[in-house]
Design a protein around this ligand. Structure first.
Ligand code: GLU
Length: 439
């Protein structure tokens, strides 16, 4: 079984979404189940309803999970496993006060040494501290594992000191709850961000001490960098899945990009379903990948081209499928739903209102031509007319020529001073002339 294990402590970052998508793809490829594990044991950091938000976003991205658990429901198991480890002499109570540990930390710092817990401190404050933590005994030997992406990773024995597995309130730390649940749910493949590499030996050690010997494969994904080559953080808008969706990027395009980035793929534009057929997690580059919004924009346009007109129209807030076809003509210059919606909305806006905000050239001519075009609508059925005939007739009736004709015509038909060829737009626009030409 695979698992995606988000903490409900903040908005979903694209890095988390990438982890979720990869887990889903592998579960499909291996024909195994995917567990969604909400890691909610750090109650102070949990944010209400973030779990629902995570599930909504996963659903939107077509990441389906088979089982759902809340880690906090397993606290009893975690405690029992900790008691077992204490009984086995693999874990012990530590009564050190916070002040004492802080003092030791400062001393190590002053000596330019890494802080390491010393097991002989465990009972120093037993008399004064009624709320001990539980620590797992340092292995005092090196620990290693083979990462599917990063290769062989080794941690020296002195790098892992006796670390806390149960906090003062007897709730488990992340490492302990994670390792315990991975065992309880028979997880055999772990895909997560590389910020967890240093946690992995601790989790392996917990399994060893519990005599749990199932082989688990690990794949730690390199971080995503922003344009400046720094780790993408909350300050980068594009790091937020919500922001990307609000901007009008399609889930299909975002998923496509998150699979493509830092990867070798047989094609550039693909669906999640297609990726399941060829995705190879071992091909993910070791080096961090740089997130390029322009590339995502390109993919978004490609997915707009792939989507059907009716769906596209609905996404833009229109019922008529012709609007979807119209929107596709604007893909040369627009990349997101918001950009497309702005173009389409302008076509249908009252031109008298737009005259004030857009300040186009040839204002007089626009008003003249508007009257002529509206009169043309009264006398003949423009739905069957070709662009050539429409243009000729309007030119003849208005007596306008060159720029003084074409610029007003474009403004009246599209609400903009530039855009796609009118000859391409007109075959669709002619069905809506009554709405488009409203005063
Ligand atoms: N809750 C952790 C996170 O969101 C899970 C890490 C893991 O997959 O083990 O980063």
């Amino acid at each position: 079984m695979l698992r995606f294990a988000p903490s409900p402590t903040g908005d979903m970052h694209i890095g988390n979404l990438r982890v979720a998508i990869f887990n889903y793809i592998l579960a499909q490829q291996k024909n195994e189940k995917l567990l969604l594990r909400i890691e909610d044991t750090d109650t102070a950091r949990n944010i209400k309803d973030k779990d629902k938000d995570i599930m909504f976003l996963l659903t939107l991205f077509r990441v389906k999970w088979d089982n759902l658990i809340y880690q906090s429901h397993n606290l009893e198991h975690h405690r029992r496993l900790a008691e077992y480890l204490i009984a086995q002499n693999k874990a012990f109570y530590c009564y050190c006060t916070k002040d004492f540990l802080e003092q030791k930390r400062q001393e190590a710092k002053a000596k330019h040494q890494a802080f390491r817990y010393d097991d002989s401190w465990a009972t120093l404050h037993k008399a004064s501290n009624n709320n001990p933590v539980v620590r797992l005994k340092s292995p005092k030997k090196s620990l290693h594992f083979q990462d599917i992406i990063k290769g062989h990773i080794e941690f020296a024995g002195d790098e892992i000191d006796s670390f806390v597995i149960l906090k003062e309130d007897l709730t488990p730390t992340y490492n302990f709850a994670c390792a315990a649940d991975d065992m309880l749910y028979d997880i055999d493949y772990i895909i997560r961000g590389e910020d967890h590499v240093s946690n992995t030996p601790k989790q392996i050690l917990i399994h060893q001490y519990l005599n749990y010997s199932k082989h688990i494969s690990f794949a730690h994904l390199p971080i995503l960098l922003n344009n400046e080559g720094k780790k993408m953080s909350k300050r980068d808008n594009a790091s937020s899945v919500r922001w990307l969706l609000d901007e009008g990027f399609l889930p299909q395009a975002i998923a496509n990009y998150l699979i493509l980035i830092g990867n070798k793929t047989p094609q550039e534009v693909f669906t999640l379903k297609e990726a399941i057929a060829w995705f190879d997690i071992s091909k993910i580059a070791k080096a961090p990948a740089r997130f390029d919004l322009d590339k995502l924009k390109f993919l978004n346009r490609e997915h707009f081209k792939l989507s059907n007109e009716q769906d596209l129209a609905l996404l833009l807030g229109y019922k008529d499928l012709s609007i979807g076809a119209l929107a596709k003509l604007y893909l040369q210059e627009s990349s997101t739903l918001n950009e497309l919606r702005q173009k389409i909305d302008k076509i249908f806006m009252k031109k008298s209102l737009l005259l004030k905000t857009e300040n186009p050239e040839f204002k007089e001519e626009i008003l003249v031509l508007q009257n002529i075009l509206l009169a043309m609508l009264e006398t003949s059925n423009q739905q069957q007319i070709s662009y050539e005939d429409f243009k000729k007739e309007a030119m003849r009736l208005s007596n306008l020529k060159g720029k003084a004709f074409f610029k007003p015509l474009r403004f009246l038909l599209t609400g903009c001073s530039n855009g796609p060829e009118l000859s391409d737009l007109f075959p669709i626009l002619r069905f809506f002339l009554q709405d488009i030409l409203r005063r």
